[in-house]
Write a protein that binds this ligand. Structure first.
Ligand SMILES: *[C@@H]1O[C@H](CO)[C@@H](O)[C@H](O)[C@H]1NC(C)=O
Ligand SMILES: *[C@@H]1O[C@H](CO)[C@@H](O)[C@H](O)[C@H]1NC(C)=O
Ligand SMILES: *[C@@H]1O[C@H](CO)[C@@H](O)[C@H](O)[C@H]1NC(C)=O
Ligand SMILES: *[C@@H]1O[C@H](CO)[C@@H](O)[C@H](O)[C@H]1NC(C)=O
Ligand SMILES: *[C@@H]1O[C@H](CO)[C@@H](O)[C@H](O)[C@H]1NC(C)=O
Ligand SMILES: *[C@@H]1O[C@H](CO)[C@@H](O)[C@H](O)[C@H]1NC(C)=O
Ligand SMILES: *[C@@H]1O[C@H](CO)[C@@H](O)[C@H](O)[C@H]1NC(C)=O
Ligand SMILES: *[C@@H]1O[C@H](CO)[C@@H](O)[C@H](O)[C@H]1NC(C)=O
Ligand SMILES: *[C@@H]1O[C@H](CO)[C@@H](O)[C@H](O)[C@H]1NC(C)=O
Ligand SMILES: [Zn+2]
Length: 317
């Protein structure tokens, strides 16, 4: 995922290493790629609770608390404000006054801010961030939701964001489904970094998630997947992929550029996998899930993470 830096962190950076309010990063240049993030954003990118991860289904623990979500405004096309080329991805800004998510084992209501997509290089080179038993999907869509009781996420607030991750799987159809055909039709209007197009009243988030059983998902605690990699995300990764035809997937890697139209296309904008470091991934109880209680392991992991966050906070000051 890719969100704005929080003010606290900017202050922190100013007082330590950086002279600017945001961390410049890249995905693919030699000498500037995800392996260098711990150096450019050492506070968090080198942490122990990072994302994305490979989900090992045999190690997933059952949790009865992971009930159905309640989605508000996902059927409302007026929630789409605009679509933007950020130079790193394509981001759709949402109306957080109309769109929110609750339930699903979340302790609070979260307001929907935006969604964006991670991809590889055409449908033949996969680019999802999370993987399941080593399987990488063609793309991954992240719906970013901020806890309703805060207006900006604090750098150390471990549940500030609830991000909903959806895998995109390639099919051999063409131009399917119609919702993704509509969404990708806007890409040719935003070829350059910073380009923005209003797209209100043309499609809904529900229509983009066609075919996904939204009661079946994985849950774990992790981080932003772009610098500064703050460990402030309650992750939900849905099991079912959205099925999108190859021709539409290809448009992401051959239409939008990292800067001007003379620069390369945005490709392979996904972060490398991060270590689990003892974290537990949970899911709804099923016949195949491991039903051993994971509460004590989870508590242990959380205590270590909290201690680390305090250390980092004081070191920063
Ligand atoms: C990423 O950067 C590192 C460090 O400069 C370099 O060794 C590596 O080859 C780069 N990888 C890619 C895929 O460019
Ligand atoms: C990241 O953590 C590893 C292991 O703790 C350490 O060896 C490495 O020096 C750290 N890198 C940075 C840039 O802090
Ligand atoms: C389920 O929720 C209850 C109440 O919030 C909590 O005490 C319990 O630890 C949770 N179970 C798991 C497996 O997280
Ligand atoms: C969205 O669904 C809700 C609840 O089912 C319904 O009340 C509302 O009218 C729907 N909105 C639109 C724009 O269809
Ligand atoms: C992406 O694929 C195209 C051909 O489909 C190729 O020309 C291009 O070099 C690839 N880009 C990267 C970064 O691998
Ligand atoms: C996060 O930092 C704020 C100060 O910016 C502090 O008041 C708060 O207690 C910290 N929270 C945690 C969970 O460390
Ligand atoms: C799509 O086509 C390729 C090659 O034509 C084939 O190998 C693959 O099995 C097809 N996939 C599906 C889901 O039909
Ligand atoms: C696609 O766009 C057309 C034209 O704006 C609209 O009529 C149709 O409802 C849209 N379909 C979906 C699934 O969003
Ligand atoms: C379930 O989890 C326990 C404890 O982590 C482990 O010892 C056991 O092998 C697992 N069982 C299965 C079927 O995965
Ligand atoms: Zn993302």
């Amino acid at each position: 995922m890719d969100v704005q830096l929080v003010p606290f962190f900017i202050v922190c950076l100013l007082s330590t290493v950086y002279s600017e309010g945001s961390v410049e990063f890249c995905y693919n240049s030699p000498g500037c790629n995800a392996t260098t993030w711990p150096t450019i954003a050492p506070l968090y990118c080198n942490g122990t609770r990072q994302s994305p991860i490979n989900i090992v289904t045999a190690d997933v623990k059952a949790d009865n608390n992971l009930t159905a979500f309640s989605f508000t405004g996902f059927n409302d096309s007026s929630t789409f404000i605009n679509i933007q080329n950020t130079g790193k991805s394509v981001k759709i800004h949402l109306d957080d006054q109309k769109m929110s998510v609750s339930g699903g084992g979340l302790q609070n209501k979260y307001k929907s801010k935006e969604f964006h997509i991670h991809w590889g290089n055409g449908s033949s080179f996969s680019g999802s961030e999370h993987t399941v038993d080593g399987k990488q999907y063609a793309m991954e869509m992240h719906i970013v939701n901020l806890r309703a009781d805060v207006s900006v996420a604090a750098a150390n607030d471990s549940t500030a964001y609830a991000v909903l991750g959806f895998f995109i799987e390639a099919t051999n159809d063409s131009g399917k489904p119609e919702s993704w055909k509509n969404l990708t039709s806007f890409l040719s209007n935003i070829p350059k970094k910073g380009d923005l197009l209003d797209i209100m009243n043309q499609l809904t988030v529900d229509s983009l998630l066609e075919g996904v059983d939204r009661t079946k998902y994985y849950r774990y605690l992790g981080s932003l997947t772009t610098p500064a990699c703050n460990e402030i995300v309650v992750w939900t990764v849905f099991k079912d992929p959205v099925k999108v035809s190859k021709d539409l997937i290809d448009l992401f890697s051959n239409t939008v550029h990292i800067d001007t139209t003379a620069d390369p296309f945005i490709t392979n904008n996904y972060r490398i996998l991060q270590a689990l470091n003892g974290r537990v991934v949970t899911s709804q109880p099923t016949s195949s899930a491991n039903t051993t209680s994971s509460a004590s392991t989870l508590h242990h992991t959380l205590s270590i993470s909290t201690a680390l966050l305090y250390c980092v906070f004081f070191w920063c000051l």
